[in-house]
Design a protein around this ligand. Structure first.
Ligand code: OAD
Length: 252
C-alpha cells in the first residue's frame, strides 16, 4: 500500500471500520486561528513553558500560570470550529462509533457537535480544587483575583489542565486505552508527537489490530514519529486538516 497521500486507501480503511478513534493535537485547531505549541510562531516560542505550564510553575507562581490560561481562554472564545472539526463530527454519519481523544483544551470538538470527546489534557473552561477534585466552571468564579478561590474551602483553585511534570488522570487514560483497543482505525490529526501520548495510544491500538492514518502538513512527523521509523502509520495524508479531512469525507 502506498504510504503517502493515499486518500482512497484511507477511505477504504475507514468505510468498513465500525469503530474509529480520532486522536487530535493542536494542528486540528490551527485553521481556527489558535496557535500550535511548537514550530515558528508557536506558543512555546513566545511563552516560557517553565513559567506557565509546569507543575513547578503552578506551585511557585500560580498567578502567572492562571494569566496564561486566561489568555488562551480569550483566544478560544474568539475561535470557531473549522472544516476539520466539522469533518470529524461528520464521520459519525459514516461510522457507527466515532470517539475523539484530544490533547487540545479549546473545546472545539464539542462545539462542532462531536458526540464522545475525551480531553486528556483538561480544558480552558474549568478550575479544580486539588485536594477534593471538585470542578468549577470559570464563569462561576471571581477571576478578579488570581488564583481564584474555592467557594467551599476558600483555598486557591488550579486550572483543570494537565501541566508538564504532572501525571495523567488514571481514569481518563484508562478510558483512552480502552477506546484505542476497541478501535478498528485510528486517525491521528495535527500532533507533532513531541508529547508522546498520541504515539503510545496509536501504538497500543495498532497492537490490538487497528490501522493507523496520520494527517499532518509536515511529512517529517509521519516519517519520524508515526511512519517508517516509528512503524505505526499505515497511511499518511500530507496536508492541512481542514482541507484533507473534508476531501476524505467525500470518499466515504
Ligand atoms: P504541537 O504544537 O507540538 O504540534 C502541532 C502539529 O500540528 C505539528 O506537527 C504541525 O505540523 C501540525 N499542524 C500545523 N498546522 C496544521 C493543520 N492545519 N492541520 C494539521 N496539522 C497541522 O502540538 P501538539 O502535538 O498537540 O500540552 O502538542 C502536544 C502537547 O504539547 C499539547 O497538548 C500541550 C503542549 O505542550 C500541554 O500543555 C500539557
Amino acid at each position: 500500500m502506498e504510504f503517502f497521500n493515499h486518500l482512497t486507501a484511507a477511505a477504504d480503511l475507514i468505510r468498513p471500520a465500525g469503530n474509529l478513534v480520532v486522536i487530535t493535537g493542536a494542528g486540528v485547531s490551527a485553521e481556527s486561528g489558535i496557535d500550535t505549541y511548537r514550530g515558528a510562531g508557536g506558543l512555546w516560542d513566545r511563552h516560557d513553558v517553565n513559567e506557565v505550564a509546569t507543575g513547578t510553575a503552578l506551585r511557585v507562581n500560580p498567578r502567572k500560570v492562571w494569566e496564561f490560561l486566561l489568555l488562551l481562554r480569550e483566544h478560544v472564545a474568539e475561535a470557531e470550529p473549522n472544516p476539520a472539526h466539522h469533518a470529524i463530527r461528520a464521520l459519525e454519519e459514516h461510522v457507527e462509533t466515532v470517539r475523539v481523544i484530544t490533547q487540545n483544551i479549546d473545546g472545539l470538538h464539542q462545539t462542532a457537535g462531536s458526540d464522545e470527546v475525551l480531553e486528556i489534557h483538561g480544558n480552558v473552561r474549568e478550575a479544580r480544587h486539588e485536594g477534593s477534585g471538585r470542578i468549577y466552571p470559570l464563569e462561576r468564579l471571581d477571576l478578579g483575583r488570581l488564583p481564584p478561590r474555592c467557594p467551599v474551602s476558600d483555598e486557591p483553585l488550579r486550572p483543570n489542565v494537565l501541566y508538564f511534570e504532572e501525571a495523567y488522570d488514571p481514569a481518563i487514560m484508562g478510558k483512552a486505552a480502552r477506546w484505542v483497543r476497541e478501535a478498528k482505525v485510528i486517525l491521528v490529526v495535527g500532533t507533532s508527537g513531541m508529547v508522546p501520548t498520541p504515539y503510545h495510544l496509536a501504538h497500543d491500538g495498532k497492537q490490538a489490530g487497528a490501522a493507523v492514518i496520520d494527517v499532518n502538513p509536515d511529512p517529517g512527523v509521519a516519517r519520524e514519529v508515526f511512519g517508517a521509523a516509528g512503524g505505526i502509520a499505515d497511511v499518511f495524508l500530507q496536508g492541512r486538516a481542514g482541507e484533507v479531512l473534508p476531501q476524505l469525507l467525500t470518499l466515504l
